[in-house]
Design a protein around this ligand. Sequence first.
Ligand code: NAD
Ligand code: 13P
Length: 354
Amino acid sequence: MAPKRVTVVGSGNWGMAIATIIATNTERHPEFEKDLTVWMFDEEIEHKGVKRKLSVHFNETKENVKYLPGVTLPRHVIAEPDIKKAVGNADILIWVLPHQFVPKTIENMGPVKEGAVSVSLIKGGLELEGGKLGLCSDLLRKLLKHEVAVLMGANVANEVAAGQFCEATLGCKSAEHQGTLCKLFDCLSFRVNAVDDIPGVELCGALKNVVALGAGFCDGLDYGGNTKAALIRIGLQEMKIFIRHFYPDAKDSTFLESCGVADLITTCFGGRNRKCAEAFVRSRGSKSWDQIEKDLLGGQKLQGTLTAQEIWPVMKAHGLCQKLPLFTTIYEIAFNGKAPWGIVKLPQGMPASA
Ligand code: NAD
Ligand code: 13P
């Protein structure tokens, strides 16, 4: 069988970091073609006084100076700014875009190969569709008309790119694809465990970004570890209630995978959502989320604020607000002017069952 060609669609902080892992595996496993294509949304950058396209700079230096500065990727990682060329020949598509850019990107790309498969690493992108909750992987499945798996986990990109040990969870239904996809991601520093609970894995990845805003509010108020741990516990419980409401078959074990409790912990301590939420509180209402994102993230994108806005109408339509006091409070602090200390004034007695 011909070796499978792989394309990473997205070249932000996580897109570049995961490309370092995948490129190691395409080199050592003969079932993959060694060269790894990365679709790069192109932009002009200025680096050391020289202005040029990010993709041109990357292909010459193998460093993405804007989204993963200081890391040199292997020579066989190739940036392709033309989306049609980047995806047209791929057997495996790895989706790593901020979720707001997915529909337009798919609109701009041409056909994909028959029999191709996708994996979404995107944390976010939830909406109501005919009263049912739609996931980003559902959208990809609908538009691409092929199988879509998901990969989520406690994976702060800069740490992964530095080769620090971590784990991730692959959500995949097909046994045939599970083996190939594990091989594409798994290595000594990035251990992958496969499960068949796609909605559970994907929703953990999206919802933990909302909880991380709460953790950031807590840091902005100078509360300590006990308070943050309480918010993490309540957040995990509310994630479970939300997920079980829409997907009663989501498994308990999923919440104990890297995509569940582990990602929640790392994001609440070391993520961008946490960082920006802390700044939001410290700015005392003087800065908008857009301004904070711009000031602190250098072009990288927040997902938790968008996800909080996406789930709010879903929660209201399904009568979930009372059952999810932490999610409700986080939304109200972030978007309705509620005082940040409301985060520690949650009603006593959380819903017992999830
Ligand atoms: P990022 O926030 O670092 O970068 C933003 C990306 O968006 C850049 O690649 C930029 O070129 C691109 N972009 C800007 N405008 C665009 C447009 N109009 N169309 C298409 N692309 C455009 O991105 P990221 O951190 O790689 O995040 C991608 C996904 O990965 C998110 O869902 C995020 O939650 C998830 N994720 C991130 C991390 C992390 O540590 N960074 C870890 C795990 C998962
Ligand atoms: P942030 O987007 O908050 O940085 O979270 C990164 C992440 O998903 C770590 O697993």
